[in-house]
Design a protein around this ligand. Structure first.
Ligand code: 4AD
Ligand code: MG
Length: 505
């Protein structure tokens, strides 16, 4: 039996056998320092010549990055070390000496890393993200199970277009055309009429030909559906749900979030009431016509633009200073330090330059937003910058939302849809609505949306036999991982992303 790094706290000053891979290694004449990773954590292991003897020391010396080993030794508490413990190796066993590993500690392009996704998953950052993803999944089940919701599995082959016909993946289903499910919602509605409150948790598919940081072709969605719920109750549940998941994940994954440099205090701003804006109000804020607590969406962008300009000037000056400082003969360490810093500054400048290119376009788009349109990515960014917690936008123009959303009483131009937008430019993480429960209106909507009535006959039965007010929502798991970890691109939020242009590995 061997021990996991996660358990080291229970083995201080005791001997353990740890099995894992060499994440990193450096050696001197008498000591070899190995950063071992075993899937449960990372720990430094020291192989000393005078402890293990010459033969084992030579074996250790020939190890390479990603070699697989068993290290037997004593666990000592050392808070300067990653994880807080160090393993003082007494003997080692080698499972495999790795070939030269393609992913080194130097910078790699994202394309290269995406091609090597099967290996990239081992790196510290990717490891931390997947650990958080797991904690999120557990927190989601905990929340719904504790509320007595029934988990249901909805079909993946379907005959129905739920979220419009433009993003369907068609497949051949014994000679019939079947689509990969864009959503399990319609089946969830049927199941809610049998169980009261249910949730799906499964893969969904959208043929999104857009290469954006927010879109995958295959993603995981959680779709609760509740009988006898209206739009307000739906929003209450979404808010309680999101808060509960974030709190539990922060509780369980603080070390991983710290590895990701996630500002946890900022994340914990969820500890306040989420603002609920109607679509019309949201537009007024987006255009800078309406302020929230003295904060103006357009002014915030202008300020960001100005500070990006200033940062570029300051950082350019610092680069010049540092370049001048290392021009003459300086110590190797000093040169290295300055060069690293210059590289970092160049990267930051590139980011600021991107802001300089983007922000004017965002302002332009926000100012000229046309009532009745859907928010673009930049509009969501501009709007959410006004808030430090997620915000709801409800009562949307009917033409841009799905056929099943309930019309606002007395104003059929609007439907009772709701999106939850995450702060810091993360944008939509939840989309939901109260559902249309009138058979006549639903039939009209299916026609208006140019959908095949016969494919929806079974769904219309739900309005023929005991139709009740009901509501639900869909949360994109990867969007939630992205926001909680505060990472830029969805490609890092799922083990093997499927997106436009990416089917391998
Ligand atoms: O807003 P959407 O399209 O809503 C539905 O599918 C409804 N049937 C949900 C419901 O009411 N039961 O998608 C819901 C969520 C979005 O808010 C977003 O988080 C995520 O799914 N999502 C995507 N995530 C990754 N890649 C994509 N292409 C996504 N499209 C939607
Ligand atoms: Mg949506």
């Amino acid at each position: 039996m061997h021990q996991y790094i996660r358990q080291f706290a229970e083995y201080v000053d005791k001997t353990v056998t740890a099995k894992g891979w060499v994440a990193n290694m450096r050696d001197s004449k008498t000591n070899i320092f190995i950063v071992l990773r075993d899937g449960t954590g990372f720990a430094q292991a020291v192989v000393s010549l005078d402890v293990v003897g010459e033969e084992q020391f030579e074996i250790a010396k020939r190890l390479t990055q990603e070699s697989a080993v068993a290290l037997k030794g004593k666990v000592v508490a050392d808070e300067r070390q990653i994880g807080g413990y160090e393993l003082q190796v007494e003997s080692l066993e080698v499972y495999h000496v790795s070939e030269e590993y393609p992913i080194s500690n130097k910078e790699h392009g994202v394309r290269f890393l995406a091609d090597k996704r099967h290996l990239w998953l081992r790196s510290k950052r990717q490891w931390a993200i997947m650990q958080v993803r797991n904690a999120i999944i557990i927190a989601i089940h905990d929340f719904f199970q504790s509320k007595g919701f029934i988990q249901m599995d909805s079909p993946i082959f379907t005959g129905n277009a739920v979220e419009g016909t433009t993003t369907l993946f068609g497949t051949d289903f014994f000679g019939e055309t079947a689509y990969l499910a864009q959503s399990g919602q319609l089946y969830g509605e049927a199941m809610a009429m049998a169980h009261g409150a249910i949730y799906t948790f499964g893969p969904t598919f959208r043929a999104e030909k857009s290469d954006t940081p927010r879109h995958l072709a295959e993603f995981w969605m959680i779709e609760p559906e509740m009988a006898f719920y209206d739009l307000d109750m739906n929003m209450d549940l979404i808010e309680e749900f999101v808060k509960s998941v974030v709190r539990q994940v922060v509780d369980r994954c603080r070390p991983q979030l710290e590895m990701l440099d996630r500002d946890v205090d900022k994340l914990m701003k969820i500890d306040q009431e989420f603002v609920r804006l109607s679509y019309d109000d949201a537009i007024a804020i987006l255009k800078g016509e309406k302020e929230i607590n003295g904060r103006n969406a357009i002014t915030i962008q202008e300020e960001d633009l100005a500070s990006a300009k200033k940062a570029i000037e300051e950082k350019t000056a610092e680069i010049a200073e540092r370049e001048a400082a290392i021009k003459g003969g300086v110590k190797k360490g000093v040169r290295k330090f300055n060069e690293t810093r210059i590289l970092q500054l160049r990267k930051e400048i590139a980011n600021h330059e991107e802001q300089l290119r983007n922000i004017p376009k965002w302002i332009e788009s926000a100012r000229n937003f046309v009532h009745g349109e859907d928010f673009g990515n930049s509009d969501e960014t501009v709007l959410t910058k006004v808030f430090d917690a997620p915000v709801f936008v409800y009562n949307w123009p009917a033409p841009i939302k799905a056929f099943y959303m309930k019309e606002v009483e007395g104003d059929p131009n609007y439907v009772k849809g709701v999106d939850l937008l995450a702060p810091d430019g993360h944008g939509e993480i939840v989309g939901g609505s109260e559902r249309e429960n009138s058979l006549a209106i639903l039939e009209r909507k299916i026609k208006e949306h140019d959908l095949p009535m016969e494919a929806f006959e079974w769904y219309l039965d739900l309005r023929r036999f005991g139709s009740v007010p009901h509501a639900g929502f869909g949360l994109g798991l990867e969007r939630l991982v992205r926001w909680i970890c505060d990472i830029h691109h969805l490609r890092e939020t799922i083990p093997f992303p499927r997106r436009y242009g990416r089917l391998f590995p």
